[in-house]
Design a protein around this ligand. Structure first.
Ligand code: NAG
Ligand code: NAG
Ligand code: NAG
Length: 318
């Protein structure tokens, strides 16, 4: 059976979406906190302002910014119960006025832009919170909500109320050329405020975490998923891992991915480039199964229909 799209929060389904639908009840809010997606626990890393720790595994003559992930954002949805704009997903700033995230973070589709806000420039979640209003949601037209993330095109754009002021702490990430080939074995990084292990929520002070993952080929990833979830009602040739998806992660870390909607970035020529959007995969505990990302290269022309390229992104703050 292919992985079930959009399972309930408490589901033990091996392959789960990393975030649930927003149609939650009050008691589900707590579950939501517990089940926010995970980063592999084995690669800790709290990027701190001014510390500038060298990235493990990335060798070369590039300066490392004190603030390594200034494009990371937290997507918020208002919690009546808690009276705050609660973190539900990650995202990335790709332009001073635009955020890239996963389409399934924005369900149900009846929700309008005003239901969401975006917090930029934060390392510790909720510290000095000043979330920015969202004025427009652009879900990818091929995103199919009944298939959810597993149907592909799990990508969406959020237009902000106004351009956010850029600084060392707030800066758009570079986007790849559509033709960019990400070789399997390439080391990339995923960031988020998700759980740090199965049922282990991120501890206070809720610092952003990073995990290093290796890109896996779609062919291999599809084999792993098909073996893991042998299908009894689909064509044998059916691809669980579609061409517009990208897999990353290995047995030791990365199996829990980062926050859904958050960025997977790799470095080329001293520039960080976002190649994936955290989409679906398995919860912690299925460490041999890679995480699945929306493949950003597949969506460049769609992104550029809505967002003008931001020249300042390339090479800045890296
Ligand atoms: C979404 O997927 C379902 C299940 O495969 C299919 O029946 C439906 O037609 C799709 N919807 C659209 C709008 O493509
Ligand atoms: C597929 O497997 C499930 C679970 O074992 C079963 O309930 C279902 O009837 C099967 N479907 C088909 C078409 O064989
Ligand atoms: C990195 O630089 C080399 C040499 O200039 C170039 O051939 C290559 O395309 C660049 N890679 C990316 C991803 O920009």
């Amino acid at each position: 059976m292919p992985p079930t799209p959009n399972p309930p929060l408490h589901s033990q389904t091996p392959a789960d979406l990393l975030t649930p639908s927003l149609a939650f009840s009050p008691q589900m809010l707590w579950l939501l906190l517990l089940t926010l997606p995970c980063l592999g626990g084995s690669v800790p890393g709290n990027p701190e302002p001014g510390v500038g720790r060298e990235l493990v595994g990335i060798v070369g003559g590039c300066d490392v910014s004190a603030r390594r992930y200034p494009w990371q954002v937290s997507l918020r949805f208002y919690s009546m119960e808690k009276g705050l704009w609660e973190h539900i997903c990650g995202g990335s700033l790709i332009h001073p006025e635009w955020v890239l995230t996963a389409a399934h973070c924005l369900e149900p589709e009846e929700l309008e832009a005003c239901a969401f806000r975006v917090q930029v420039g934060q390392l510790r979640l909720y510290e000095d919170d000043q979330p920015t209003k969202v004025v427009e949601i652009v879900r990818h037209p091929r995103y199919n909500k009944s298939l959810s993330a597993q149907g592909g095109a799990d990508i969406a754009l959020l237009k902000l109320d106004a351009p956010v002021p850029l600084s060392e702490l707030v800066h758009p990430v570079s986007l790849p050329p559509a033709s960019l080939d990400v070789p399997s074995g390439k080391t990339c990084w995923v960031t988020g405020w998700g759980d740090i292990g199965r049922g282990e929520p991120l501890p206070w002070p809720l610092s952003l975490r990073e995990v290093r993952v290796k890109v896996r080929s779609n062919v291999l990833c599809n084999q792993i998923y098909c073996r893991r979830f042998p299908s009894n009602h689909t064509e044998p040739s059916e691809q669980l891992i579609k061409d517009d998806m990208l897999c990353a992660g290995d047995g030791n870390h990365g199996s829990c991915l980062g926050d859904t909607g958050g960025p997977l970035v790799c470095r080329w020529n001293c520039t960080w480039v976002q190649v994936g959007v955290v989409s679906w995969g398995t919860f912690c505990g299925h460490s041999d199964v890679p995480g699945v990302y929306a493949r950003v290269m597949s969506y460049m022309s769609w992104i550029h229909q809505h967002v003008r390229p931001f020249p300042g992104a390339a090479g800045a703050f890296t």
